[in-house]
Design a protein around this ligand. Structure first.
Ligand code: T5A
Length: 250
């Protein structure tokens, strides 16, 4: 769907239907624990009677999964960071059209492993012009911005050591993907850029300390989600925390 058509579709949908679903994204560096925590949150939402769709980026729809293979194999890297940004955006546009928008419009919650913030951080860190990234994001997202973004913050040492341990223990291919092979300095700059995004949008972001045990991280995320959406989850409160002030779990 073209840019204008996507925005029109979004306006039309919002004008005629009360959108019930919530759009939650999870962000953070490699091995932060996003997939682990999405699975935990889905279980808790299901137990609370909420249907949740789990999806990921790059990917989340057949066409986007094809683009994912190209991006993570490193085959696109020689074309430069701008072209990689274009391809992440192309995958995102299809993902929104085919998976995210239909789920939200059907009243389901969407739990998405990475979204547009990852482009801002990874391709932004690689030097792509922020104005160009803004335009790509507008085209790809078409108004479907997250209601809440959970940034799972861990040091690169912790995250990459988890990825390495997983590879050696569960048969996951030991070869790191195109982005895992970047230097420690690059991983550290990405971590800071995620924290900067969170500080700039405290109403959307919650920052969770991902270095704790997975059960503790899951509890912290659940507390944050209940605080942010008390009515959806049948809670009268408590009031939503101010993520700019209160770093959860830290
Ligand atoms: N990218 C992506 C861009 O450059 N631009 C973009 O726009 C987008 C969307 C995607 C790559 O593409 C880049 C970013 C990425 O480099 P991917 O394979 O999807 O690649 O990579 P990740 O999203 O980073 O996925 P990972 O699986 O590596 O990390 P997760 O999901 O954060 O971590 P998870 O849950 O799989 O856990 C990793 C290991 O740690 C353990 C788990 O059991 C697992 O073994 N673990 C813990 N261990 C101890 N304590 C805890 N609290 C733990 N939590 C999890």
């Amino acid at each position: 769907m073209r840019d204008d058509a996507r925005v029109d579709a979004m306006r039309e949908t919002r004008g005629t239907l009360q959108r019930q679903g919530r759009f939650l994204t999870f962000e953070g560096g490699e091995g932060a624990g996003k997939s682990t925590q999405i699975s935990r949150l889905k279980e808790r939402l299901n137990a609370a009677g909420i249907e949740a769709v789990v999806t990921r980026e790059p990917g989340g729809s057949p066409t986007a999964e094809t683009i994912r293979e190209l991006l993570l194999s490193g085959k696109v890297k020689p074309l430069g960071a701008e072209i990689e940004a274009v391809m992440f955006a192309a995958a995102r546009a299809d993902h929104v059209d085919e998976t995210i928008r239909p789920a939200l419009n059907a009243g389901r919650w969407v739990l998405c492993d990475r979204f547009a913030d990852s482009t801002r951080v990874y391709q932004g860190e690689a030097g792509v012009d922020p104005a160009f990234l803004d335009r790509l994001e507008a085209v790809a997202v078409g108004g479907y911005r997250p209601d809440m973004t959970i940034l799972i913050d861990v040091s690169p040492e912790v995250g990459l050591s988890r990825v390495a341990a997983r590879s050696s223990s569960d048969g996951t291919p030991a070869d790191p993907d195109r982005f895992e092979t970047d230097t420690k300095e690059v991983h550290m700059r990405r971590r800071q850029l995620f924290l900067d995004l969170a500080a700039a949008e405290p109403a959307r972001f919650v920052v969770v300390d991902g270095s704790a045990a997975a059960d503790k991280v899951a509890d912290d995320i659940w507390q944050a989600v209940c605080a942010r959406f008390p009515l959806d989850l049948g809670h009268a409160g408590p009031a939503a925390p101010d993520p700019a002030r209160d770093r959860i779990g830290g």
